[in-house]
Structures are given as C-alpha cells and as structure tokens.
Design a protein around this ligand. Structure first.
Ligand code: BTN
Length: 243
C-alpha cells in the first residue's frame, strides 16, 4: 500500500512529522528542522530519496514504493552520542522481531541483518551550532520489498518481504517510532549498551577492517570494537566496515 501523508498523519497522532513523496535525503530536512528547534521525537519520512546517504560517504538507495526512509530527531545528553547508533540498530531489530521476522542480528557497528544479509542501515548525524550540541538526526533506511536481483548487492542485501508478506510500511514506521521512544529513555545507560552487544553477530568472528585482520573480541561502551590480530596485538576500532 502507498505511503501517504494522510496515512502517516492518521497513524502518528500528535507526533510532529514531515512527509515527502520524494526528497534528496531525509537527513538534510531533519538537520534543518533541528536547527529551527524541532522537538525530540519529530520525524521526517520519505517514500523516495534521490540522494540518500549511507555511512562512510556511501549512497543509500530508497526507490519509491518499496522501502522506508526516516530520520528521527533526538536530543540526548552529548555523552550518550555513541549510543545513538546502537539505539538505531536495536530499534530496527526489535521492530523486525515484533512483526515476526526470525534470524535478526546486528553486524558491527549498526547494520541490521536478516538471515545474514543487510536489511537496514542506520546513520546518526550529530548537529552542532558552534560548540553547542543541538541534537542528532538518526537516519534509518529499511528495505521492505526492494528487488536486489541482478544488482551488485544481490548477495549481501535483502528485503523484509523475503521473511514477511503484506507488511504495511506505515505500520512498520509506527512500530519503529514506538521502539525509538522506548529506547531513548535508556540512552546513556548500560542497559542499552548490553542489549546492542547481545545482538552482535560479529563477536568471536574473524574480521577484516581496513588493514586489520583478526578476531573480533569485544565492544566497549563507546561502540568501538576490539580486534585481536594474528601477531597478538589488540586494535580498538572506532569506525569502519567489516569485510
Ligand atoms: C548505512 O550506510 O548503512 C546507513 C544507511 C542510512 C540510510 C538512511 S535512509 C533515511 C536517512 N536518509 C539518508 O539519506 N540516509 C538515512
């Protein structure tokens, strides 16, 4: 079913939202809204993104009618910033599970995997005015029924619909926002960190990140990953992509 402003409006009640049929990136709209004083919990939703952004400068595809792109504005304590990306991955994982998906895990740092393939990506972008912290725009992109056959990510990407049929996107959005509200109350706490850590598929695996290859041993409260390389040295990796 179509994702429309009317449907979203009916489902979101009093939550401030902006809906776009097509937009460059919901992150940009969210960042501007935050600068203009948006309340925490405000959300930007789009049916299509023309210039969706992924982590590490990548592009994120949100074709019309088959995906979910949303950016939620959060205003945590600045010390809780590293946990916002944990929150995003946790929220998507729990939403998927509560609609019946099985085999949902998190690949460090914040890729949500369904049956071992990426179904969702999370992009937290902190906003500052000078040295004043304004808040975070937490972007979440979910593949609902994107057809990856014949694309270069055919082997690594998946859509929810491979596990669940007839999933209404507005229903999913409502659930994502509900879990976002719930976990926002735990930002900065060990509870959130442990919940994220317990879902990580990465721990114990042999990984390669940039130039480093070794066993992923542990994660720290700031989200960094410790990797024990073959020479016995431990590396603390703050950001990167596991291959
Ligand atoms: C990743 O690289 O895994 C993160 C992808 C994040 C995509 C979402 S879709 C909604 C929001 N708007 C964007 O331009 N990016 C994020």
């Amino acid at each position: 079913m179509d994702l429309t402003r009317e449907r979203i409006s009916r489902r979101l009640g009093s939550r401030p939202f902006q809906f776009y049929e097509s937009v460059d990136s919901t992150q940009d709209i969210g960042a501007n809204w935050l600068k203009q004083g948006a309340q925490p919990g405000s959300v930007v939703i789009a049916d299509e993104q023309r210039k969706g952004r992924g982590r590490l400068g990548r592009t994120w595809h949100t074709p019309p009618g088959v995906a979910i792109a949303l950016s939620v504005i959060l205003k945590p304590d600045v010390r809780a910033l590293p946990q916002v990306m944990m929150l995003g991955a946790l929220v998507i994982s729990e939403t998927l599970e509560t609609v019946g998906a099985e085999d949902v895990r998190i690949k460090w740092p914040n890729d949500v995997l369904l049956k071992g393939k990426k179904v969702s990506g999370v992009l937290p972008e902190a906003q500052w005015q000078g040295n004043q912290f304004l808040g975070v725009v937490l972007g979440m992109g979910i593949n609902v029924r994107v057809d990856f056959r014949g694309t270069d990510v055919e082997q690594t990407a998946i859509s929810i619909e491979s596990a669940l049929h007839d999933l209404e996107r507005d229903e999913f959005v409502v659930r994502v926002l509900g879990w976002t509200d719930y976990w926002s109350g735990f930002l900065g706490s060990d509870v959130l960190f442990q919940a994220w850590k317990s879902r990580l598929v990465t721990l114990g695996q042999r990984v390669t990140i940039d130039e480093i290859t070794g066993i992923a041993q542990d994660v720290q409260a700031d989200g960094s990953l410790s990797v024990l390389d073959d020479s016995g040295e431990v590396h603390h990796i703050i950001a990167g992509d596991i291959i």
